[in-house]
Design a protein around this ligand. Structure first.
Ligand code: SF4
Length: 388
């Protein structure tokens, strides 16, 4: 999609401990020493200084500090990073600056400092309010800490708050998820992200599942959970605007939307991905990716080595345009697709569209616009594989 702005993602890989289902680029670091923190922040700043030219002249729409656990950084480090990004790109109106926060005492105490540093949106990794579910997920916090962190966010002045929940956790029941949803709704966040637990290769959970040692809820329970999340949050006034994302009116996450809309994102840090804008040599844009191991990343930045680059072919870009847009409530706009690729979606994907529509997974408007049906939202992965 044509766009004259940029979102900047900064990845902070440090976590109190590595959760057994996580396959993000993370390292266990508790406590995070000042030396390690400073060396990493310096590397981020060096990478930003070198990479900003590829996005030159663009308006800054959003900054997202994700991880890992970026709230393990001291507020002064966060402020330095935000200032550097704002110095690199002229900020647009209503700049969204999000920080992911995990519930812990240290991070709670830093919330006023993060607010003063310019953060105006927090995404709190609650996952569950139930101690047993948190323990089975291998999380480092307890339910009471999640409540305390949410309250502390409000006291620190954050009026744009997203809350992450996981469902399909080991031994989790439909009733248990219901209690988590009740607690989330009672708190009243502006945004909720609700993710199904997935088994990623090479994680302790995947190994446990392979040995038959992970008691995941039955498939029909997970289906009931997906439907229950949408129904319960919908009744409470949250719109499901993307498969995992629910927002009160006017509170959709602007940075996250950039990925579904294929807008430019400069990703800085360990394992970070960038969506570079189109150029004459790469008319459909390109994807860049940094090393996933912290030592390799630090070496690459010190050596001035650029991230790996893959120019997107027209075929790859077309497939991505379809399945990323299908994640959203609005779906794929056929006219926008035609402007970029020279023909409507049916011009490239007639067989796939007919098969999926016949299976009640996809809805095609007379205009050619495409959207997932309710059944398609339940079975989205099997829809997307037709376009990858
Ligand atoms: S806190 Fe989040 S990023 Fe860190 S290990 Fe756990 S799931 Fe992964």
């Amino acid at each position: 999609m044509q766009s004259d702005d940029v979102g900047v993602y900064l990845h902070v890989p440090f976590c109190e401990r590595v959760c057994p289902y996580c396959d993000f680029a993370v390292v266990a670091a508790r406590p995070l020493t000042e030396d390690v923190e400073e060396a990493y922040v310096e590397a981020l700043l060096a990478e930003l200084a070198r990479r900003q030219v590829d996005f030159g002249g663009r308006r800054l729409a959003s900054i997202y500090l994700g991880g890992g656990t970026p709230s393990l950084l001291r507020p002064g480090s966060v402020e330095g990073l935000i200032d550097a990004v704002i110095g690199a790109f002229p900020p647009g109106e209503a700049l969204e600056i999000t920080l992911e926060v995990n519930p812990s005492t240290v991070e709670r105490e830093r919330l006023p400092g993060f607010r003063a540093a310019g953060v105006n949106r927090v995404s709190v990794g609650v996952q569950s309010f139930d101690d047993l579910t948190l323990k089975r997920l291998g999380r480092a916090h307890r339910g009471s800490e999640a409540h305390a962190t949410l309250d502390a966010c409000r006291r620190a002045g954050f009026d744009d708050l997203s809350l992450d929940l996981i469902f399909g956790a080991p031994e989790q029941s439909l009733e248990g998820l219901g209690r988590d949803l009740d607690a989330a709704i009672a708190f009243g966040p502006e945004h909720v992200s609700a993710y199904e637990l997935t088994l990623e290769p090479d994680t302790p959970f995947a190994a446990a599942a392979a040995r038959g040692r992970l008691a995941r809820p039955a498939e029909e329970t997970v289906v009931a959970m997906i439907e229950g999340v949408e129904a319960r949050l919908g009744e409470a006034g949250y719109e499901r605007y993307e498969l995992s994302s629910y927002a009160r009116p006017g509170r959709r996450a602007r940075h996250n939307r950039r990925y579904w809309e294929r807008r430019p994102v400069l990703g800085i840090g360990v394992g970070a991905f960038s969506n570079d804008p189109p150029t004459a040599a790469a008319p459909h844009g390109s994807r860049r990716s940094n090393p996933r191991a912290l030592p390799r990343y630090l070496e690459a930045v010190a050596a001035g080595a650029p991230p790996a680059m893959e120019a997107l072919s027209a075929e790859t870009a077309r497939g991505e345009a379809v399945f990323l847009a299908l994640r959203t409530a609005e779906g794929l706009d056929a006219a926008t697709f035609e402007t970029e690729f020279g023909a409507a979606p049916r011009g490239f994907f007639a067989a796939e569209i007919d098969a999926l529509a016949g299976a009640d997974l996809l809805h095609e408007d007379p205009s050619g616009d495409l959207r997932l049906t309710p059944r398609g939202r339940l079975l989205s992965d099997s829809v997307f594989e037709h376009f990858v």
